[in-house]
Design a protein around this ligand. Structure first.
Ligand SMILES: NC(=O)C1=CN([C@@H]2O[C@H](COP(=O)(O)OP(=O)(O)OC[C@H]3O[C@@H](n4cnc5c(N)ncnc54)[C@H](O)[C@@H]3O)[C@@H](O)[C@H]2O)[C@@H](O)CC1
Ligand SMILES: Nc1ncnc2c1ncn2[C@@H]1O[C@H](COP(=O)(O)OP(=O)(O)OP(=O)(O)O)[C@@H](O)[C@H]1O
Length: 382
């Protein structure tokens, strides 16, 4: 009997079962049947699961694959990057949205969305507070900016009714999107957070990959039940402060070591959670894996604001491409786009830092995106 790990796993996910338990059950069966398979003869590109249906994966092989990502990621990513050809039309290389931007913070959603576009997605929307729209539009004519979020309830409606109504105006766009980023510059207004909670529910119901950063993480920390049963990919990108806030909110007091803490947090958030703990090295853990991947790609020494927004934008681009390829993905494959976004952000930061040093700004990092993409993924090799 031939087992297709990817198929089995996705079927389980679609049936809404507990991912971490189910994967072990499937892999255990697979392992028993194919225990004679050598790890070395197994192609580490799990994309091969889709292309060579005879391949199977044991839990050990799955871990080997994830552990190989820091060395092999540019090669793995080639299977996800959309090819460019004259037959394609606008949108086929990805459509993403950033939900964020408020009166105070207009730079963050711009940085995030423009980074996605510079990485190569075709269209980037920003759904922001009405007062943030004009500034964001003036930063860039490339972005599609919707001044939909509001801090005041509609005249004849309660906060809850207004939140539902505004969320419905955003969710009507979801069918055309391949990834949604929640949080850059969102702020913490009660009505806006309530609106975003409704949007998150709809995004995850449709199994669209979700990237949560900044004030979106604050929302997760005050509504810890919000994502509880979500099995679609939810990528959280906390900095140190946001990470500590999350561990407190989820009441995790695992003091054994940093990796265990991260894994416990991922499992507590939801079965589809992938967490990137940003810092000197980025640590990546997922609810469905026992491996913690370290991204130690050299970055910059400068810590100006906005670099996390570049990461969320690149994360959206890689995730959108993954989604476009995702008929039969395995959960572990999600380490590929996540790791790639971390590595590319740090590489772009390093290049910008070499040129501008203490003066380096987030806009300088964005300026490096095209060169770094060409260096790592030259068009001729696609
Ligand atoms: N130009 C812009 O519009 C920008 C807006 N931003 C937005 O600003 C809002 C608030 O973000 P904050 O990050 O300030 O919110 P937080 O309230 O989470 O952070 C507060 C404090 O944490 C400190 N901190 C951050 N990283 C740390 C680390 N690694 N170790 C120790 N302390 C650390 C900061 O200095 C700050 O004082 C968000 O909506 C965010 O998206 C940022 O993205 C930066 C750029
Ligand atoms: N000490 C460090 N050395 C090198 N790179 C780092 C370091 N700390 C963070 N980074 C990188 O900088 C980027 C942004 O991380 P940071 O912790 O500044 O996020 P943030 O505070 O959420 O950003 P933002 O200012 O956009 O809110 C990430 O790509 C991360 O890998």
């Amino acid at each position: 009997m031939i087992w297709r790990f990817g198929f089995c796993y996705n079927t389980l996910l679609r049936n809404g079962k507990d991912a971490s338990k189910s994967i072990k059950a499937v892999l255990w069966q697979v392992g028993k049947r194919h225990s004679q398979n050598s790890v070395y003869s197994y192609p580490l590109r799990t994309i091969a699961y889709r292309r060579t249906p005879m391949q199977v994966a044991t839990l050990d092989q799955e871990e080997q694959f994830v552990k190989a990502i820091p060395l092999k990621w540019p090669e793995f990513v080639k299977d996800i990057l959309p090819t460019l050809n004259p037959e394609k039309h606008k949108g086929q290389c990805g459509r993403v949205a950033v939900i964020g931007g408020s009166f105070e913070y207009t730079g963050a959603p711009y940085f995030s969305a423009i980074s996605s576009l510079r990485a190569g997605v075709d269209m980037a929307h920003v759904f922001c507070e009405d007062s943030a729209a004009i500034p964001i539009k003036t930063y860039s004519p490339e972005l599609i900016v919707h001044p939909i979020l509001t801090t005041f309830p509609k005249l004849d409606k309660t906060v809850e009714e207004t939140a539902e109504y505004i969320a419905s105006r955003v969710t009507e766009w979801l069918s055309s999107l391949h990834c949604v980023v929640i949080g850059p510059g969102l702020g913490r207004n009660t009505l806006i957070l309530e609106t975003v909670a409704h949007i998150i529910e709809e995004v995850t119901k449709r199994r669209i990959p979700l990237v949560i950063d900044a004030d979106g993480l604050y929302l997760v920390s005050v509504k810890t039940e919000m994502l509880r049963n979500v099995t679609s990919p939810v990528i959280l990108t906390p900095n140190r402060v946001e990470f500590n806030r999350l561990t407190r909110a989820f009441e995790i007091d695992d003091t054994s070591d940093a990796e265990s803490l991260l894994k416990t947090l991922a499992k507590s958030v939801c079965p589809g959670a992938i967490i990137v703990q940003k810092g000197l090295n980025d640590l990546i853990a997922a609810a469905f894996s026992n491996v913690v991947v370290h991204c130690g790609e050299q970055g910059s020494l400068r810590r100006c604001g906005g670099q996390g927004d570049v990461l969320s934008g690149l994360m959206a681009a890689f995730s959108a491409w993954m989604q476009l390829n995702s008929n039969l993905t395995t959960p572990s494959e999600w380490f590929i786009p996540v790791y790639s976004a971390c590595a590319m952000t740090r590489r772009c930061s390093l290049q910008a830092f070499k040129k501008k040093q203490r003066s380096m700004l987030t806009t300088d990092i964005i300026e490096e995106i095209w060169k770094e993409f060409n260096a790592v993924f030259p068009l001729s090799s696609l």
